[in-house]
Design a protein around this ligand. Sequence first.
Ligand code: C2E
Ligand code: CA
Ligand code: CA
Ligand code: CA
Length: 277
Amino acid sequence: AKAMGGNTYSYFTNEMNLVMKRRFEVEEQLHGALARNEFEVYFQPQFDTNTQQLIGAEALLRWHSSHLGPISPVEFIPIAEHTGLIIPIGEFVIKQSLHFLANWQQEKQQNFTISVNLSPRQFRDPQLINFLKQAINQSAVDPQSVVLEITEGVLINGEAYIRQAFAEMSKLGVKLAMDDFGTGYSSLNYLRQYPFKELKIDRSFIDGITSNSSDRDLVKATIAMSHSLALRVVAEGVESIEQLHLLQELGCDLVQGYYFSQPLPKNQLLNYSANNQ
Ligand code: C2E
Ligand code: CA
Ligand code: CA
Ligand code: CA
């Protein structure tokens, strides 16, 4: 190991340099991305587990950088969060999502819901409630059809502020969902503490339900507990018909995943529903 020390060290610094260089480039490009119109909001359809009727969609942001090509939200959302760019970017996502919802409610169904992801910094933004209020008024959507997804990372600090935010959201009429349920340590505690309306079981549990009995038992218990708390349950990452059948047996309310569809540009989702309803 000693003989390799020098090499290992320079290899390590090269790797570090590459990671840092990439991060720097992504951040640099992210600054002008909104102005260059490089973002597009995609929508992944959500279905009633039993009837398989299309009843909502989750907004998922896509970035095609003119300079770097397509970049995953897994890479750029944390950078946007860190730099604060998530605020204007998040406002763009909210506007686009509500606009889509308004069209849908006018042309198709009244009871269609749209879910939008909120990162910690967005949730803490003192302007968020006002922005939502205005955006909802302008697009004239039914606020009951808007779901905001947050992960437990949002809830770590500041109970008083969070309680107030929940109260204002419910006054506004929008609902909160606990995203990625089961991946953190405190999700259960937070469910008890705050008035969530929806719980999304993380994909990592859905992956195992047909092969692993402990994952299946966990999902079953999660669904039972959610229903006793009057929460709607969504399974994310449903990729097979076997998973769908099991989730039907377990009484899961909504399903979402590649078995049905990837996230789609808005026109494709409109066509999808025309061809499948
Ligand atoms: P998430 O909220 O947990 O979103 C679910 C992710 O799983 C999405 O990845 C979706 O495309 C993917 N997915 C859906 N069905 C399946 C499936 O059947 N199999 C597999 N393997 N994956 C599936 P995506 O779009 O890459 O987004 C990744 C994460 O980035 C999201 O995780 C969310 O945390 C964040 N994100 C995306 N868009 C936004 C946004 O507009 N605002 C914020 N704050 N975060 C966002
Ligand atoms: Ca989500
Ligand atoms: Ca999730
Ligand atoms: Ca996630």
